[in-house]
Design a binder for this molecule. Structure first.
Ligand SMILES: [Ca+2]
Length: 296
């Protein structure tokens, strides 16, 4: 019955919200660009459960717990960027060259690498086109709580190794860009991390999808000592494969910031050549923050 009422409510909302793809709302600057924002909540079979739209911002609410495999779809026109805040997760700026970002409600149960109950209740989602001032301002350009392994948009984290062949959500690359930095444990939330096997040749990469200017990197190494041992150094490469810095890392749970000699323009950052002082222990990144900005 609750589901039926939600569906009815959603249908009414869609009929009365100027239709998805409509033109309500919007700031003057966005209106000048003839932009639009649409949020759709889609069932796994692709059927639309609810939607919202506006010229520069849109929002939806859904009263029931989402079903694993459902899709939250944000479509934007007139911009390649959209700010998204949904499911109580952190707001971030997404780069959507094709104008569409899909977030799939995780299919594993429980969804171990998200806060307890994130997908166990109704939710709200809000999307808006960020201002030029926001894009050109310094921020964490790697942050993406809505990243997941099959995500093809940006920011996106990937690695050439994840513990258990990538089948354990506790140790996926996405966990190092989700905004959560609690690093004195390992395993499920709040201690999820990028946790690879104990081996050489590891690479961790963050793609932005377009050229950005980066100035520094803040590392939260996984710090469940003595189960873990921190990598003592890590090389940083740009999208041409050029070495742009070597960060020395200490045994601490505090964030460690490595500042580049000068800002670098790149569409991705790759971390490799990690040095472990004890290959019998585990190492990982709980969070990697890229301090940077868009360059227009
Ligand atoms: Ca994290």
């Amino acid at each position: 019955m609750k589901k039926f009422l939600s569906l009815f409510f959603a249908a009414v909302m869609c009929l009365t919200a100027a239709g998805c793809g409509g033109t309500e709302g919007g700031s003057s600057s966005a209106e000048e660009k003839e932009t639009s924002v649409v949020i759709q909540y889609l069932a796994k079979d692709g059927s639309e459960l609810t939607c919202g739209s506006g010229r520069s911002a849109a929002e939806i609410s859904w009263e029931s717990a989402p079903t694993p495999g459902d899709i939250l779809r944000v479509t934007v026109t007139g911009s390649s960027y959209v700010s998204l805040e949904a499911f109580g997760l952190n707001k971030t700026v997404l780069y959507v060259a094709d104008g569409q970002y899909d977030f799939m409600v995780p299919e594993e149960t429980p969804q171990r690498d998200y806060p307890d109950g994130t997908f166990a209740k109704g939710f709200t989602a809000a999307a808006s086109i960020p201002s030029d001032e926001e894009l050109m301002g310094n921020r964490n350009i790697a942050l993406n709580p809505y990243d997941y392994k099959a995500n093809a948009d940006f920011p996106h984290a990937a690695a050439n190794n994840e513990y258990s062949g990538g089948s354990d959500p506790d140790f996926l690359a996405r966990n190092a860009v989700d905004g959560f930095t609690q690093n004195t444990g390992h395993g499920r939330y709040p201690y999820q991390s990028w946790g690879p096997d104990r081996k050489d040749g590891l690479e961790f990469r963050i793609d932005f999808g377009r050229e950005c200017e980066i100035s520094s990197v803040t590392f939260y190494v996984r710090a469940d000592f003595p189960h873990d041992v921190n990598w003592t150094s890590c090389d940083i490469f740009d999208d041409d494969g050029a070495l742009i810095g070597t960060a020395a890392l200490d045994q601490t749970a505090e964030g460690q910031t490595f500042t580049l000699d000068s800002p670098v323009v790149t569409s991705s950052v790759t971390f490799s050549n990690m040095v472990s002082p004890d290959m019998g222990k585990w190492s990982g990144f709980t969070e990697v923050i890229i301090n940077g900005k868009d360059i227009g």
